[in-house]
Ligand binder design. Structure first.
Ligand SMILES: C[S@@+](CC[C@H](N)C(=O)[O-])C[C@H]1O[C@@H](n2cnc3c(N)ncnc32)[C@H](O)[C@@H]1O
Length: 265
């Protein structure tokens, strides 16, 4: 971790790869469809902020072609080491909380699930807006972590156990500086930062036990295990909850992914 970032899910952990796999499986199709609709195309100069495993950056690089370019940043970019070489894709270790960006540079800036974790998210947003060229677009994919109803529960008390575990995970990330409802706050924030044509769209689905979405919950729990015990969960509850998330009779609503976009005038 660098700078003042409070990122709770440190990418130096062995669990980060599992998190990126789950996020990419669950949300890349949604992100790619939205970016396509918004007109990402040949020749554009793009910034992918907090690129994680790099799937969106790779997709953007293919989309903009050799006349375009993609800069992908992360505080810990090691998970992008395996990306195929592309002449138009550049990886940069960068902390959006503290490090500068070039101004008036990008036609498109995209970030998925990054500003949610950045305590200084409004200052970071201003920096991103300044990095856009006039007419350039900012697109944020962010969660509202407050809407995760259990849809099917295989045994009495299973929903309550999941909710207790989820509340504990949210407690840890909130104390690290996350805004777990940032997806709901992004629209007003983009307007407040001076963008025009601000709009949003929300995607959600059911996640069965054993699905990639359930694995996202599992990997988050495993990475935070020690702190979840400090939050009051027992080892036995953690084990039962991990097994619940493997049970296909269990289902929970996915985190709603709220995509919000706007243009620099
Ligand atoms: C939940 S992951 C999402 C990864 C990727 N955007 C995705 O959706 O698949 C959050 C990512 O943001 C990065 N990150 C967290 N704080 C950051 C900061 N201050 N500056 C840049 N990247 C940051 C993390 O290292 C991590 O890769």
């Amino acid at each position: 971790m660098s700078g003042t970032s409070g990122y709770a899910f440190d990418n130096t952990s062995e669990h980060a790869g599992g998190r990126f796999d789950a996020l990419e499986t669950c949300y890349d199709p949604v992100t790619f469809a939205r970016l396509t609709e918004l007109g990402v195309g040949v020749g554009m100069r793009c910034l992918e902020l907090g690129g994680g495993g790099g799937s969106v950056a790779g997709w953007l690089a293919d989309r903009v072609g050799p006349t375009g370019s993609v800069l992908v940043t992360d505080i810990e970019p090691r998970w992008m080491d395996g990306l195929p070489e592309r002449g138009n894709l550049h990886v940069l270790r960068h902390d959006i909380s503290t490090d500068e960006l070039p101004e008036d540079e990008f036609d498109l800036i995209h970030a998925r699930l990054v500003l949610l974790h950045v305590p200084e998210r409004l200052a970071a947003l201003d920096r991103l807006v300044r990095a856009l060229r006039p007419g350039g677009s900012l697109v944020l994919d962010e969660f509202d972590c407050g809407y995760v109803p259990v849809l099917a529960s295989p045994w009495p008390g299973a929903a309550e156990l999941f909710e207790k575990m989820h509340d504990a995970v949210m407690g840890v990330v909130t104390r690290a500086g996350a805004d777990i409802h940032w997806g709901l706050h992004a629209y007003a924030a983009l307007r407040g930062a001076g963008l025009v044509g601000v709009a949003s769209s929300t995607y959600a689905e059911s996640w069965r036990g054993g699905s990639p979405g359930s694995r996202l919950h599992q990997v988050n729990m495993r990475q935070l295990e020690g702190r979840l015990v400090e939050e009051g969960l027992t080892e036995e509850q953690l084990d039962r909850c991990l097994r619940l998330l493997d049970d296909p009779a269990f289902a929970v609503n996915s985190y709603p992914l709220i995509t919000t976009w706007g243009r620099r005038p």
